[in-house]
Ligand binder design. Structure first.
Ligand SMILES: Nc1ncnc2c1ncn2[C@@H]1O[C@H](COP(=O)(O)OP(=O)(O)OP(=O)(O)O)[C@@H](O)[C@H]1O
Ligand SMILES: [Mg+2]
Length: 487
């Protein structure tokens, strides 16, 4: 038997594109702004941001919200003791809301699933697993608070984390510094050590289930992975009618993809390896034209060594990733403890000779968005920045604090890049009220924005700027100071 989930309300962004003609680019800008704000612990609704940036009128937003309601967002019945404030997000099977737990007057994240499961068998298992997870109390797990059921609706209340999830950070920055990546991975490994003690498995580690609460990494959705019982009582991964796996197979271990029954912590270690791969290289470990071809590769082909994408990666981290991602679990690290000690050794190695690693951004305490100079400051303001994706400065980023930043090879430029293909004064980025414009300053090699050579162009957060082999991204980051710097 498989679940019949009720249809989830569409995302506001999708409706804004479809019904209000908001361009993908403007939407992306607002989503990025939302994530950058989350890093400072503030939450703004996407609708509000679209209005603030002038991409949507209030009247149109009301219409979209009405449509969202019509399509099911409030398919959620009253849940005793909780007042729902607004939707935080939605995944493949559930919607997550910010809610107030009235009795104790605190904000919680309320995950809500509406299932039609007449026998209640699958749901019973869901609740049983979730309850065992709730017993865990550990700083690297999102604390579970409460479970319950109202008719066909099942809810799961947990600690509310104001920060973004790792996927959102990766969408914004594409790849993270090696130090930052190891820092996140080590905190996940610490959480897995605790699971190991309790003889539990997560089963669904992936970037959307890793929340960043300031510098602390919180693993969520423990025990919420959805194995289901087949008719003969065997466990299987939750399948759609067509037999497709729900959720992303990107981080799924080969043994889970094979539907093996005796899944153990080594499946979580594989997923951790996949996430570390994604963080340091900016690439998914496997690609496929379809989920099936992706899984085929996962089963039969070794992963492309991370150093192929990122030659400067330390040998230690490259080894750690490859050993975590061994297809046969007996060839992987066998325990989370081993992984943690290896991960810590890699991090120590890097941080002890930080000076020789120009590419490193972030700090030992794990703040990804601040440049090293600002690591002790409390995040407050949001500022645009250029994040280098490739070239000698890959991984570094430079806040744009002036109304005009000149980028070029000459040392008098605000941002001096010593790569031969840069002209002395290559391009300028200028603020125009609330928008930003890039102008080529008559450079020899030209400058591309999102793959197109431009003379003058308005740029948006998330845009890629390219000068021959140097790629950078125009992003929004948290509180930094901008001085003349050299790369
Ligand atoms: N405790 C929490 N505090 C704050 N935000 C949360 C919390 N739990 C989940 N979220 C956010 O809610 C969104 C939806 O989460 P959900 O777990 O339903 O989906 P998912 O993990 O993206 O995908 P899947 O359904 O495949 O597991 C995510 O963007 C996540 O960041
Ligand atoms: Mg999740």
């Amino acid at each position: 038997m498989s679940y019949n989930r009720k249809k989830l309300a569409p995302r506001l962004g999708e409706l804004a594109k479809k019904m209000a003609g908001v361009s993908a680019r403007d939407l992306k800008e607002c989503v990025q702004l939302q994530v950058a704000l989350k890093r400072t612990g503030r939450f703004k609704m996407l609708g509000g941001l679209l209005i603030e940036r002038g991409y949507l009128e209030q009247e149109k937003l009301d219409e979209l919200l009405e449509e969202q309601r019509n399509q099911g967002i409030y398919d959620v019945p009253e849940i005793p003791d909780y007042t729902i404030k607004h939707r935080i997000g939605a995944g493949g099977m559930a919607q997550v809301f910010l809610a107030n737990q009235v009795k104790v007057n605190r904000d919680v994240a309320l995950k809500i699933v509406t299932w039609e499961d007449p026998e209640g068998k699958d749901v019973a298992r869901f609740l049983r697993e979730a309850k065992s997870a709730a017993k865990l109390n550990h700083p690297n797990f999102v604390q579970a608070i409460d479970f319950g059921q109202v008719n066909e609706t099942y809810f799961f209340a947990m600690e509310y984390i104001a920060g973004p999830n790792l996927q959102e950070i990766l969408n914004l920055y594409n790849r993270l510094s090696e130090v930052m990546s190891l820092n996140i991975a080590n905190q996940v490994a610490t959480a897995l050590c605790r699971l190991e003690e309790e003889d539990l498995i997560h089963r669904d580690l992936k970037p959307t289930n890793i929340l960043l609460d300031g510098d602390t990494v919180k693993v969520c959705d423990l025990g919420l992975a959805r194995p289901v019982f087949k008719e003969d009582g065997e466990e299987d991964f939750m399948l759609t009618e067509q037999g497709a796996i729900l959720g992303t197979p990107d981080y799924l271990s080969p043994e889970q993809a094979r539907s093996l029954k005796d899944i153990d912590i080594r499946a979580d270690l594989y997923a951790l390896g996949g996430m570390l791969y994604r963080m340091v290289t900016g690439k998914l470990p496997y690609r496929g034209e379809s989920p099936t071809s992706l899984i085929y590769r996962k089963l039969y082909e070794p992963v492309v060594p991370p150093k192929v994408h990122m030659p400067d990666l330390s040998d230690g981290t490259a080894f750690l990733i490859e050993k975590l991602m061994e297809r046969k679990r007996e060839n992987r690290f066998q325990t989370a403890k081993e992984v943690l000690s290896e991960g810590r050794a890699c991090l120590n190695q890097l941080t002890s000779d930080t000076k020789t690693h120009l590419e490193i951004i972030g700090s030992e305490t794990g703040s990804v968005l601040e440049s090293p100079e600002t690591r002790t400051r409390a995040p407050s303001e949001l500022r645009p920045a250029l994040l280098f994706i490739s070239g000698a400065a890959a991984g570094r980023h430079f806040p744009l604090t002036r109304d005009e930043t000149i980028v070029g090879r000459q040392s008098s430029c605000n941002l001096c890049i010593r790569e031969p293909w840069f002209s002395r004064r290559h391009f300028a980025i200028r603020r125009r009220d609330d928008t930003w414009q890039l102008s080529d300053l008559g450079s020899r090699n030209g400058v591309k924005v999102n793959g197109k050579t431009v003379d003058k162009a308005r740029i948006h957060y998330g845009d890629e700027i390219e000068v021959k082999d140097t790629k950078m991204m125009f992003v929004l980051e948290v509180d930094s100071t901008g001085e003349t710097r050299s790369v």
